[in-house]
Design a protein around this ligand. Structure first.
Ligand SMILES: Cc1cc2nc3c(=O)[nH]c(=O)nc-3n(C[C@H](O)[C@H](O)[C@H](O)COP(=O)(O)OP(=O)(O)OC[C@H]3O[C@@H](n4cnc5c(N)ncnc54)[C@H](O)[C@@H]3O)c2cc1C
Length: 295
């Protein structure tokens, strides 16, 4: 049923890198919720796998010395949603990953797998983009870090070099402090469905809560990879907190996104939904930040 040629199990990051170097055709497997489905469907027949699932050092949510939030790449969605750090500082990420699949998938699926698969509909991805997350990659040359927006190259392809693995996702303190966010997943069903469109917004308001100090918006399924909408962000930053600003922000997303027709939804429908989700997600984020649209 599962056509697997070999499975190598790594007990440490160093061992994983060594195994990947020794077996250059091998693919990393973490929770396996994508990889095993692909193997069962015959898309990776005769696969060689390097399992990183036993590397406990890659699990957990912690603060680093500078107040950045560090999420180990093997951390499951259930773990993230229950983490006190996530709940207190970036609750929207916990909400977003609570919309992944069903309970079994959320227990086994990891945030590393959800970002390294390069899939535009991944529920964690747009929220991580909206948090200006940084991806940590460890390989034979050592550790490198890059903004998550640069990690995505094209549909299904991320910037992972030979024998490299993703070891953490980091949300810098400056990216979350004072920000409030909301994620909306538009799907055909309430549960166990991939997003037709996902929209994540973060906002920071001025001290008197009358002005939008900063706004970030990111989408899944609005293009081949998860993406930000910079025109919308520019239309909101420095503007008063009011319905006109929210409407201008939402309209502007159409300058940035380029969804496609698929069996799930037509391009025109996705564009329509994108504007509406932007409006709702910014409105909710403003509310969470203590602002009010009616004055
Ligand atoms: C029934 C079902 C429902 C689902 N519903 C949703 C949903 O609603 N929303 C959603 O976003 N996803 C959904 N998924 C997809 C899936 O659960 C996620 O993509 C999951 O996060 C993958 O994590 P994993 O640990 O299982 O990855 P794996 O399957 O182990 O790996 C996925 C990919 O990432 C690579 N990889 C994994 N970890 C690393 C690492 N640390 N470094 C480098 N490469 C790595 C692997 O080589 C592979 O290419 C669903 C899947 C199933 C089977």
């Amino acid at each position: 049923m599962y056509d697997i040629k070999a499975l190598y199990e790594a007990a440490s990051v160093a061992e994983a890198i060594r195994l990947l170097q020794e077996h250059p055709r091998a693919q990393i497997i973490a929770g396996g919720s994508d990889v095993l489905v692909q193997i069962r469907e015959g898309r990776r027949a005769g696969a060689e796998l390097v399992s990183i699932y036993g590397i406990d050092a890659l699990r957990g949510v912690t603060f680093d010395g500078e107040g950045a939030i560090r999420i180990g790449s093997l951390t499951s969605f259930s773990h993230i949603a229950a983490s006190p750090i996530i709940r207190e500082k970036i609750g929207v990420l916990g909400e977003a990953v609570s919309l992944v699949g069903g309970p079994q998938i959320r227990n086994i699926g990891t945030i590393g797998g959800n970002t390294c698969n390069g899939v535009t509909s991944a529920d964690s991805a747009s929220t991580l983009l909206a948090w200006d997350a940084v991806v940590e990659l460890t390989g034979p040359e050592g550790i490198r870090r890059l903004p998550i927006r640069d990690f995505y190259i094209r549909a299904g392809v991320v910037d992972l070099r030979s024998a490299e693995l993703q070891t953490a996702i980091i949300i810098p303190k400056a990216a979350y402090e004072g920000y409030f966010g909301h994620y909306i997943k538009y799907a055909m069903r309430e549960a166990m469905d991939i997003a037709t469109l996902g929209c994540s917004v973060n906002v920071a308001l001025s001290d008197d809560r009358k002005t939008i100090r900063d706004a970030r918006i990111a989408y899944g399924v609005a293009g081949p990879v998860p993406m930000r909408a910079p025109s919308a962000e520019a239309a909101a930053v420095g503007r008063p907190v009011c319905a006109d600003t929210v409407a201008a922000f939402a309209r502007a997303v159409l300058s940035d996104i380029h969804p496609r027709d698929s069996w799930r939804a037509a391009r025109a429908f996705r564009e329509h939904i994108a504007v509406e989700l932007a409006r709702r997600a910014l409105t909710k984020s403003i509310e969470l930040a203590g602002g009010a649209l009616d004055g």
